[in-house]
Design a protein around this ligand. Structure first.
Ligand code: FMN
Length: 338
């Protein structure tokens, strides 16, 4: 079961209330959820001048906590059309995670609060995106998944970027039922996408392990096969590499078919039909291509294909979040991390 951390800053608790509706949607789809807030950077004097109530009763997120979640949903109150410095301060401390690619492949969503209807919920989302891009985090927008987003009969916060509320300048407006319903829809949709990925990823891992196990004895046979001289060395290297890539691609297709099979909502189910059909064909091919891939490793004994074929398969089969070796190197050399 994937874990989502909802990470927020909420001076007057509007974002916190929207977060609880998002949490409801996530949990309805079977995702583990933990709520956190970021460290306050304003002095008590300033907070008092801002008439800030007590902070939400939530733990403070640490940079290292980020590695423990599969996904994040950020709750963001707008400041001058963008996100508050408290969140920026936290995210600017994630240099070490960036340097090792620790957050790459995770998922994120956003939701908002502004004082006024046109106070900048969308620009807040837009300016927040750079962190996701730089970390390699997959951003999941809300789209127009809830029909309240088309309702112009009253003020309704939220947009394609995520749920939202409109708090008024003095904080007197509370999140409405419609705004909270939008937030719950966002939680549900986010959870469905995350769960589908999580299942597919696990299936991919197990399919790849099986393919590796099947290929290993054949490769060993190849090393002792006394017919090796009969192979044409001029073509063998290319065949070995192509075969290995084919096997890995087939394994990926099989995993996709398996991983998305159980997806819950209708849209995903439709997509699954298409994926499963082509995936099944490819899965069948995968079982055929596994042996040739391993067999074609025979000639690589004599040439460069031996090292080529194995990494080709491995590269295809690595989980997305695996850290590239080059990134690990980078950390030692020129990182601005702490
Ligand atoms: C310094 C400051 C700047 C703000 N800038 C904006 C803004 O650009 N647009 C807007 O609609 N609201 C603005 N607000 C209002 C906040 O967005 C609003 O208080 C917040 O969304 C309420 O959410 P919360 O109760 O979770 O803190 C600003 C508030 C402060 C304190």
């Amino acid at each position: 079961m994937p874990t989502v951390y909802i990470i927020l800053y909420s001076l007057y608790h509007h974002v916190y209330k929207v977060a609880q509706a998002v949490q409801k949607g996530l949990e309805a789809e079977g995702v583990d959820v933990k709520l956190f807030q970021v460290t306050e950077t304003l002095s008590d004097e300033i907070l008092s001048k801002l008439h800030a109530p007590d902070r939400p009763n939530l733990p403070i997120i640490t940079v290292d906590d980020l590695t423990k979640a599969d996904a994040f949903m950020f709750g963001i109150p707008t400041r001058f059309g963008t996100f508050p410095s408290q969140l920026k301060s936290f995210l600017d401390a994630t240099g070490a995670l960036w340097a090792t690619g620790a957050l790459a492949g995770k998922f994120a969503g956003t939701f908002f609060s502004t004082a006024s209807q046109h106070g900048g919920q969308e620009t807040t989302a837009y300016t927040f995106m750079t962190y996701f891009a730089h970390h390699g985090i997959n951003y999941v927008p809300l789209g127009f998944a809830n029909s309240h987003l088309f309702d112009n009969s009253e003020v309704i916060g939220g947009s394609a970027w995520g749920a939202g509320t409109v708090a008024n300048g003095d904080g007197s407006r509370e999140p409405t039922v419609k705004e909270l319903e939008i937030a719950t829809t966002q939680g549900e949709n986010f959870a469905k996408i995350l769960t589908a990925f999580h299942r597919g990823s696990k299936a991919l891992d197990s399919t790849t392990d099986a393919a590796d196990a099947a290929a290993a004895p054949a490769a060993t046979d190849a090393q002792t096969d006394d017919k090796i001289e009969q192979v044409n060395p001029s073509t063998s290297g290319a065949t070995a590499t192509a075969g290995a890539v084919g096997a890995a691609a087939g394994a990926t297709a099989a995993a996709n078919a398996a991983g998305t099979k159980d997806t819950i909502n209708k849209a995903s189910a439709d997509a699954n039909d298409a994926t499963a059909t082509s995936g099944t064909d490819k899965a069948a091919n995968a079982s055929k291509t596994t042996t040739p891939a391993a067999n074609s490793a025979k000639p690589t004994e004599t040439a460069s294909a031996q090292p080529q074929s194995k990494p080709a398969a491995a590269a295809q089969s690595k989980p997305i979040s695996e850290k590239p070796a080059a990134k690990q190197e980078k950390k030692k050399n020129d990182c601005f991390c702490m």
